[in-house]
Design a protein around this ligand. Structure first.
Ligand code: PMV
Length: 351
């Protein structure tokens, strides 16, 4: 559980008055980082993302049975920026309405949901989608509903569309994925990427690298960044077409590199994708400096990740020693915290 202070958004603890059984439900999800393809994915390009298993959102739902009007409350713990607490909460309220319909809940919804979110907000790490996914799974558990993957995705998207405007869906999927995934036009496919030394998976060579994620300490707004590009692309459809086709080529090639264990080639494509994102105006000076510092410290490639206008940078690192040098370099360039993330499959959260 997060040790960060609890921000109570709207909380009423249900009084069960002895008129119904109490049922508990639990759900979990994790953060994500986009490797290539952000923004272009909104216009039909593919994007590659990895789950970030060490950043989790855990939800608990406490449902009281019996008759009575609906009483639904949410508490979000672990949020850092009080000014944006209303965004996921608005989304979560929509999600409850949708949940009632999709899960065919006819009984009164008397439920408290507590989401403990260790994923920093506004950093392109999937905080809002992970909170929504954890909440959906906890509600389903508390109401004894088994939701298929498509329904869970749709419900998370309901919340994401409120939080971010029209979301591509990559966050909704990646926050429940257990391996790197490629996503295009609403459809995602997990890639059988083996970490080096893993005999279990199909590629014996493995992908011999880890990912360093570095927080610039500046909150970005995905909604603002998507709007910025929408305006620019409306003024210049040619810029949009070039951006989308270049990113498409890079992302498709990078997916092959990932499967073939070609770390250096994959890294070069990351840095090239960064240049394209910087040129359309969604990077920041600090993140540009962090990208340069990562490459100077020996990283095969680095880029901004997610919506931008702040947020995080990602850098590839060949091994633990290289990742330590990259971490030192990006911290000197202004990163306020870092995470080192595996690039292969990890155990799921579906328990
Ligand atoms: O949530 P973020 O900041 O990682 O951004 C998601 C990626 C975008 O392509 C910028 C938006 C989207 O809906 O795909």
């Amino acid at each position: 559980m997060s040790t960060e202070p609890v921000t109570v958004v709207a909380r009423r603890v249900l009084d069960d008055r002895g008129d119904g059984a109490v049922r508990l439900g639990a759900g979990r999800a994790h953060g994500k980082a986009i490797l290539l393809g952000e923004h272009a994915v909104v216009y039909g390009a593919p994007a590659l993302a990895v789950p970030v298993p060490q950043l989790t959102a855990v939800a608990k739902a406490r449902r009281v049975g019996g008759d009575g009007p609906d009483e639904i409350s949410f508490a979000i713990a672990g949020l850092e920026s009080p000014e944006v607490t209303s965004l996921p909460t608005d989304g979560l309220q929509h999600l409850v309405t949708e949940f009632r319909q999709r899960a065919a809940v006819t009984e009164p919804m008397r439920v408290d949901v507590l989401v403990d979110c260790a994923i920093p907000q506004g950093r392109g790490l999937g905080s809002s989608a992970a909170c929504a996914r954890a909440a959906v799974l906890a509600l389903a558990d508390a109401f004894d509903r088994r939701l298929d993957a498509g329904t869970v995705f749709d419900l998370v998207q309901t919340s994401e569309n409120v939080a971010h405007g029209r979301a591509s869906g990559i966050d909704a999927l990646a926050t429940g994925a257990t391996a790197p995934l490629i996503f295009r036009n609403g459809v995602g496919r997990e890639l059988p990427v083996a970490m080096a030394g893993s005999a279990r998976l199909s590629d014996p060579a493995g992908f011999d690298a880890v990912l360093v994620i570095a927080d610039s300490g500046v909150s970005g707004s995905t909604r603002d960044a998507v709007e910025l590009l929408r305006g620019a692309f409306e003024r210049s459809p040619r810029t949009r077409d070039e951006f989308v086709s270049r990113v498409t080529r890079l992302t498709e090639a990078a997916a092959h590199d990932l499967l073939q264990g070609r770390v250096a080639d994959f890294g070069a494509r990351l840095t090239e994708n960064h240049r394209l994102l910087r040129d359309v105006g969604v990077s920041t000076d600090r993140i540009d400096r962090m990208v340069d510092a990562a490459v100077a410290a020996g990283s095969p490639g680095a880029k901004i990740s997610g919506g931008g206008l702040g947020g995080c940078m990602i850098a590839l690192a060949g091994d633990r020693r290289e990742s330590a040098a990259v971490v030192r370099g990006v911290r000197q360039a202004g990163a306020v915290r870092t995470w080192v993330v595996p690039m292969g499959r990890f155990a799921g959260h579906d328990d």
